[in-house]
Design a binder for this molecule. Structure first.
Ligand code: PEP
Ligand code: MN
Length: 360
């Protein structure tokens, strides 16, 4: 791809002293809901109103969006508040309807970015327009796939482009709904310094309490903007209830966020720390998982012992386990003292479980 200087120009229209802020509900639910949220956001640093109309739900049977009727509500938002409007498109029909309803910014969701066919279809449908298009990262941490999406749009002459980092899904449970792998968007930014970079802390977090932290990290890493899901009654939202915040909370959060630049060294430190912490979270979760499984097995043994009327504590077997674990632990750099203390605690918990079974 050539130099993309022109790509950042559209951003200049929004950027004053603040990062670009896109806010609004995960899903448009009713006309009232959409307008109420928009009015609460209109006199803030938010310049773009978002709402999903067609929702790509992972499993069928969940709320899949209100469909095209929601576009009329978005148009009303623009008329009544002056906010620009944004929605997700996932096929050429969505694009056509969004264009018919004067949607200003179209974003491509994480489940669409994984598919070159879908991106190409959207790019073809947009050719010849001057819409702003934001491409979310694919669900999997594949930089080439993300870049490929941008390239397909760029080749269709869509020059007002940006990317949204919404985190990557992992099989293992971590602290995040979608793990932020900051090195990917940063790599993208190094390659294309003029490609606006937006962070979506809502889909990274999956919950409210760490939105501010993630947003601050994004700003520290020189992101150009934030997309944050906002709802006047978050707990009752029809989708992504746990991660939405009220407009009031969002406005307070924006006041508290600091614009500061960090050095490369600080970035490396923060990034490595974050990577290691995620690894620790995964390992800790695995430890608990295994301990839980171990207790279930202990209960089964308890059932057997009850039938056979055998005592819970079997000293010989226990000493054998301990001896083996001390030797094994040594190979892994774990001290005898630690192994003894840890296995005593685990053993005690097993005994407690078995006693409960045997004593009914
Ligand atoms: C959304 O923005 O509501 C959405 C569905 O996001 P993602 O594509 O990141 O999952
Ligand atoms: Mn959502």
């Amino acid at each position: 791809m050539e130099n993309k200087k022109e790509m950042k120009n559209w951003l200049d229209d929004f950027k004053l002293n603040h990062p670009l802020v896109i806010a609004g509900p995960c899903s448009a639910e009713t006309e009232d809901q959409v307008l109420k949220i928009a009015h609460e956001l209109k006199n803030s640093d938010v310049s773009i109103f978002r709402a999903g109309i067609w929702k790509p739900r992972t499993r069928p049977g969940m709320f899949e969006g209100v469909g095209a009727i929601g576009l009329k509500w978005l148009q009303k938002v623009k008329e009544e508040t002056g906010l620009l409007i944004a929605t997700e498109v996932a096929n050429s029909n969505h694009v056509k309807l969004a264009l018919d309803h004067d949607v200003d910014i179209l974003w491509i969701g994480a489940r669409s970015t994984v598919s070159p066919f879908i991106i190409q279809e959207i790019a073809d449908a947009l050719e010849g327009t001057d819409k702003i298009v934001l491409v979310k990262n694919p669900v999997n941490p594949d930089l080439a796939l993300w870049l490929g999406g941008i390239e397909r749009l760029y080749s269709a002459n869509i020059k007002k482009l940006g990317v949204i980092h919404r985190g990557f899904s992992t099989y293992e449970k971590t602290n995040y709904r979608n793990n932020p792998e900051w090195q990917l968007p940063i790599e993208l930014q190094n390659r294309f310094p003029d490609l606006p970079l937006i962070c979506d802390p809502s889909h990274i977090a999956g919950r409210r309490d760490i939105l501010q932290d993630i947003s601050q990290t994004a700003l520290d890493l020189n992101f150009d903007g934030l997309m944050i899901e906002t709802h006047t009654n978050p707990d009752k939202a029809w989708s992504d209830a746990a991660q939405q915040i009220t407009p009031k909370v969002l406005i307070k959060m924006m006041e508290d966020l600091k614009m500061r630049k960090i050095t490369n060294e600080e970035f490396d430190y923060k990034n490595s720390l974050n990577t290691f912490r995620t690894q620790i979270d995964v390992i800790d979760h695995g430890l608990l998982d295994n301990l839980g499984k171990r207790m279930k097995v202990a209960i089964e043994i308890g059932n057997l012992k009850k039938k056979k009327n055998v005592a819970v504590l079997q000293t010989k077997r226990w000493n054998e386990i301990l001896g083996k674990m001390i030797l094994d632990g040594e190979k892994k750099g774990l001290s005898e003292e630690f192994i003894l203390r840890m296995f005593k605690a685990i053993h005690q918990e097993s005994i407690n479980h078995q006693k409960r079974v045997i004593n009914g």
